[in-house]
Design a protein around this ligand. Structure first.
Ligand SMILES: CC(C)(COP(=O)(O)OP(=O)(O)OC[C@H]1O[C@@H](n2cnc3c(N)ncnc32)[C@H](O)[C@@H]1OP(=O)(O)O)[C@@H](O)C(=O)NCCC(=O)NCCS
Length: 220
């Protein structure tokens, strides 16, 4: 087991480093939530959405990244049950010290504030003991539920990335958000729980959200 972070908890929600013995639960949730997850899942360009999962291989890869310092892969638990996953990936050290945070929960846990709680816990850890300076989250404009996670936690909108990540069979546009250490007067979790997150103004997006985006042209 490689513990790059402690177990972080708030209420019924815990995030802790993923481990090999999560493989069975991970595989069960990935298989049991196909319709729920597939449209938001990154995949290798040119491949088809997976129909089966090598959960052990996935976890092995995530742990290799953690050992190399390029990732922080967490399991999300609700009342001790494996509920989903949260990864900080693509960590760059040196003069950048930032990484990209992504997440999912099984459908049966949706709408219970599990992901914002997990995201706040990990962001607070990453920007303090995790020694990162910046956490970024990128979300498809169609994904209203995920946009709500960053909006309610007060991530700052940074802009639009055209055809940024290959998801569900095509390159997809993303809206990107970030937080840097110095802009937080208090921990993200505390700010949210105490109702001190500034109101989010969706006019910054300058494009319709929650609807299917126009099919991008393939010639650029
Ligand atoms: C996006 C996702 C992680 C949000 O997690 P969550 O733990 O449900 O987050 P929240 O409880 O804060 O709910 C977020 C929004 O989901 C919507 N929601 C609430 N209940 C829901 C339900 N039963 N089913 C679907 N969406 C629901 C609401 O719009 C909610 O916003 P609100 O709290 O302002 O009403 C989760 O929906 C998910 O895993 N989706 C599939 C994978 C995915 O999209 N990953 C993110 C890729 S960027």
């Amino acid at each position: 087991m490689f513990d790059f972070a402690p177990r972080l908890t708030h209420g019924r929600v815990a995030v802790r480093p993923i481990r090999m013995r999560d493989a069975r639960a991970l595989e069960r949730e990935l298989n049991g939530n196909r319709e729920w997850l597939q449209q938001w899942e990154a995949q290798l360009p040119g491949t088809r959405p997976p129909t089966s999962f090598d959960a052990k291989g996935t976890i092995r890869g995530l742990l290799e990244g953690a050992r190399a310092g390029t990732g922080m892969p967490f399991a999300i638990e609700v009342d001790g049950e494996f509920a989903g996953q949260l990864n900080v990936s693509g960590i760059t050290w040196g003069a950048v010290q930032g990484g990209m945070l992504g997440y999912w929960v099984a459908e049966r846990f949706a709408g219970e504030q599990v992901t914002p709680t997990a995201t706040a816990l990990v962001t607070d850890y990453a920007l303090s003991d995790g020694r990162l300076h910046r956490i970024e989250v990128c979300i498809r404009p169609e994904n209203l539920a995920s946009l709500r996670v960053v909006e309610k936690l007060g991530f700052r909108y940074e802009g639009f990335r055209k055809r940024f990540i290959f998801i569900d069979g095509d390159w997809r546009d993303h809206l990107c958000f970030a937080l840097v250490r110095e802009e937080l007067a208090e921990p993200v979790l505390q700010r949210w729980l105490n109702g001190r997150v500034p109101e989010f103004d969706r006019r910054v997006y300058q494009l319709p959200i929650g609807t299917q985006q126009p099919t991008p042209s393939t010639d650029n």
